[in-house]
Design a binder for this molecule. Sequence first.
Ligand SMILES: [Zn+2]
Length: 148
Amino acid sequence: MTTVAKDARPVKPRPRKPLAPVPLSWQWLYRPLFPCTLLPDGSPGLMLLNKQVYLVSVLGELPADGPVIVRGVRFTKADGSVYDVSADTFGCDCGDGTYRPERPHGCKHARAAREWLTQIGMEPAGGDHSADPHPCPFEADGPVDADW
Ligand SMILES: [Zn+2]
């Protein structure tokens, strides 16, 4: 007996529901330090993001002269997963950021990074990323009572 494959019914494309912005709640458990003269790689902070703890590092360059240039923000989960958010495009390389780029305001990492950088006076998307909102606390003219 032979089986004859039935003709597949034409698949009617279902209209996709527009993606909703991802729910977001974040707070610092302690803040990261930006790269500076004494800590050229900066120092990671801890962020509670949607009830999950992330190690958060500032990806930046410290030019020979002038303030740090922030290139992005790195989120590292406890299981070792690493997600980088670009400070220029606020694109993220996590699954949500990669496969749902049309999501309004991006994935949770991108939203949290954008909100934080905006909150501390860093211009998002193509703006000036060379501000120094958290000067090195170990340098002579840095803040002594930083709240980190
Ligand atoms: Zn992401």
